[in-house]
Design a protein. Structure first.
Length: 383
């Protein structure tokens, strides 16, 4: 088979959906090298290199209009490129399909990560909600198969949009295989020096947005101000919310305990933008703290499990699906509860060791082989 993909996120998103498609391509080419994989991307960047895989190539806009209006090309112009290619299946990996793709005769799959905007409408502008809703509903109607990344997302698609259950396949993702590798002490030291990492730190990996709830970690750290002096390293960026948490920490005399890696000059280097150094950052942390209010999956949890990093997670949505009994949980509106869990990991090596052991065991449910098999199973059902 030749399988086509919406490649925008691979080339333009540093985290989240970008990591999803980059990992998916790496994993499928590893476990199913007999197939060909074609990405359709509106713009080329250095975030993804198709030439690193012998059976992957990318189609970019060729016309003046397509190059000048990449958003239009991705939504509509790409249909002509898909029709002119030899792909058997087109997979929209981020909640949408190109308009009128059904006219090409190519089989289609769409992955829906979440419909959080339906659960938390006040955190989205009206026009955002309208566009997201329209794209997802249309994609689910058009697609031959819908992939939900968790039971939570499948239930939401059925309950909110009445998508037929028999059309939805649950495919638990794995993560980039680099997180499964044990990083040498020598390279850890290089990374520690490169990013000026402290000897001990908690880790937060996500965009800095209201739903991601970084402010709760800051509130917990303030509660622990006189009990421990362990900073928080943040991989992720934001605007208004980032400034709010910086102000909160500074007002409490803890500005130096909030380390925002995206504000460092070194974050512009390839080893950071491509996440190549992330496994070494994970493997030197004390614990991953993930206070999200709601998630369709929660990939950083899985990256932490594979990295042997203890997980402290909120107890909502799909997150217990991912971490199982290999995490310490807290309510995402309870700073005191989070502070207690952070203190548990920091002050009791036995707790940390137990979480690491359980984490490796839990991660086996999300191997790259299982992930690749589940995706390929969907393709085989519709071809």
């Amino acid at each position: 088979m030749n399988i086509g993909y919406d490649g925008k996120r691979a080339y333009q998103n540093k985290t989240g959906l970008g990591n999803y498609i980059r990992s998916l391509i790496a994993i499928l080419t590893q476990h199913y090298p007999q197939h060909n994989y074609t990405l359709f991307a509106p713009k080329q960047t250095t975030l993804f290199d198709a030439s690193a895989f012998k059976n992957v190539h990318t189609v970019f806009p060729e016309t003046f209009t397509g190059k000048q209006f990449p958003g239009w090309w991705r939504r509509r112009g790409v249909v002509k490129a898909i029709a002119g290619s030899d792909v058997d299946i087109y997979h929209g990996v981020s909640n949408e399909l190109p308009v009128h793709i059904e006219r090409t005769g190519v089989k289609t799959v769409v992955t829906v990560h979440d419909i959080i905007f339906e659960r938390f409408p006040k955190t989205y502008h009206f026009d955002e909600r309208y566009v997201h809703r329209h794209k997802i509903k249309q994609a689910c109607k058009t697609a031959d198969a819908v992939i939900a990344i968790s039971k939570q997302t499948k239930a939401d698609l059925v309950n909110f949009y009445q998508v037929p259950e028999n059309k939805i396949f649950i495919s638990y993702q794995s993560c980039n295989p680099v997180f499964q590798q044990t990083i040498s002490a020598e390279y850890k030291a290089i990374v520690k020096k490169r990013y000026h990492l402290p000897n001990q730190y908690f880790l937060f990996v996500s965009s800095i947005a209201p739903r991601k709830n970084l402010v709760l970690i800051c509130k917990a750290m303030i509660l622990l101000k006189d009990k421990m002096d362990i900073p928080l390293v943040v991989i992720g960026d934001g605007k208004k919310e980032k400034e709010e948490v910086k102000k909160l920490m500074q007002e409490n005399g803890m500005g130096n305990r909030l380390i925002l890696m995206n504000e460092m000059l070194v974050s512009k280097e390839a080893a950071f933008t491509t996440a190549a150094d992330f496994p070494a950052i994970y493997q030197q942390a004390l614990a991953l703290v993930y206070p999200s209010i709601f998630e369709g999956f929660g990939a950083p949890l899985l990256e932490a499990l594979w990295s042997g990093l203890p997980v402290i997670s909120s107890n909502t949505s799909s997150l217990p699906e991912v971490a199982g009994d290999a995490a310490l949980y807290f309510s995402p509106d309870n700073a005191e509860e989070l502070a207690h869990q952070m203190l548990q990991v920091a002050g009791n090596s036995g707790v940390a060791i137990n979480l690491r052991n359980k984490g490796f065991e839990q991660a086996q449910h999300f191997t790259t082989q299982k992930y690749a098999d589940s995706i390929m199973h969907v393709y085989q059902q519709i071809i």
